[in-house]
Design a protein around this ligand. Structure first.
Ligand SMILES: *Cc1c(COP(=O)(O)O)cnc(C)c1O
Length: 236
C-alpha cells in the first residue's frame, strides 16, 4: 500500500492508532482463545502518558475509552477537557500517588491502581467520602521486592488488603504489579494471580507493551499498554 494512503486514525508522525489497537486486540483475543478465556474479560488500558493530545484524540475517535496516566499534574493538564468531550472515559491512575495529592487524584481519576500504604489509604478514603466519589482501587504489589519500586511488600499484602477493605472501607477490586525489568515477567504475573485468588480479588492489572500476552495468559483482566498503541514516548 502506498504510504500516501493514510487511514483516518493515522497522525502526522505515521502512527496508525486504530491499526495498533486492532493489532493489540487481536493478540489478546488469540491468547484468550488459546487459554480458554473470553476476550471480553480483558480490558485494554491505553497508557497515554507523555503522548501528545493529538494521539489521545485519535484513540478517542477510534472509539477507545479506557486510559492510564502516571502523573497527576500531567493528567490534570490534558484530561478535564477531554473528559468533558467524552464523558464515558474511564481514567486509571497507574503511577505513584503522594498523600497530599489524594484530593486531586480522587477528583480526576475513575480508578486508582497504585494504593500501597496505610496513610494513602486513609487519605483516599477521606477524600472519597468528602467528594462522594467512591473510586475502585487496586493495591500495587512490589512482587520483585525492589527497594526503589513502589508497592506493598509480599509479606504485607494479605494484611494490607484486609486493612484497606475491612477497616478503612475502601472498594478494593484487584491487584497491580510492575515486574522487575530483568526478570521473567510471567513468574510475577503468576504470583500476583495467586495473591488475588487467596484474597478474593477479581481484577488483575498486569502486562505492558512487551509482555501483555504473557499477562493475559496468566489471567490479567487489565493490561496497561502504551508504546504498542501510541508509539515511542518522546521523553519520560
Ligand atoms: C508507562 C507504563 C505502562 C506502559 O508501558 P509501555 O511499555 O509503553 O506499554 C504500563 N504501566 C505503567 C505503570 C507505566 O508507568
Amino acid at each position: 500500500m502506498s504510504e500516501l494512503l493514510m487511514t483516518d486514525s493515522q497522525i502526522n508522525d505515521g502512527t496508525d492508532i486504530a491499526g495498533n489497537f486492532r493489532e493489540v486486540h487481536n493478540k489478546i483475543i488469540t491468547i484468550s482463545k488459546r487459554t480458554d478465556r473470553e476476550g471480553g474479560e480483558v480490558t485494554l488500558v491505553a497508557v497515554s502518558k507523555v503522548q501528545p493530545v493529538a494521539k489521545i484524540e485519535a484513540a478517542l475517535t477510534a472509539g477507545h475509552r479506557v486510559f492510564g496516566e502516571n502523573r497527576i499534574q500531567e493528567a490534570q493538564s490534558k484530561w478535564p477537557a477531554l473528559k468533558a468531550l467524552y464523558p464515558d472515559v474511564t481514567l486509571h491512575l497507574i503511577g505513584p500517588l503522594q498523600t497530599n495529592k489524594a484530593k486531586d487524584a480522587v477528583a480526576l481519576f475513575d480508578v486508582i491502581e497504585t494504593l500501597d500504604r496505610p496513610k494513602l489509604a486513609e487519605a483516599l478514603k477521606q477524600e472519597m467520602d468528602r467528594q462522594d466519589l467512591h473510586r475502585p482501587c487496586y493495591i500495587q504489589v512490589n512482587t520483585g521486592e525492589e527497594s526503589q519500586k513502589a508497592g506493598v511488600a509480599l509479606a504485607d499484602v494479605d494484611f494490607f488488603v484486609a486493612k484497606c477493605r475491612d477497616d478503612i472501607g475502601l472498594n478494593i477490586v484487584g491487584l497491580m504489579c510492575i515486574p522487575p525489568a530483568d526478570e521473567e515477567a510471567a513468574l510475577h504475573f503468576a504470583l500476583l494471580r495467586d495473591i488475588a485468588r487467596r484474597n478474593g480479588l477479581e481484577f488483575l492489572s498486569m502486562g505492558m507493551s512487551g509482555d501483555f500476552e504473557a499477562a493475559v495468559e496468566l489471567g490479567a483482566t487489565h493490561v496497561r499498554v502504551g508504546t504498542a498503541i501510541f508509539g515511542a514516548r518522546e521523553h519520560g
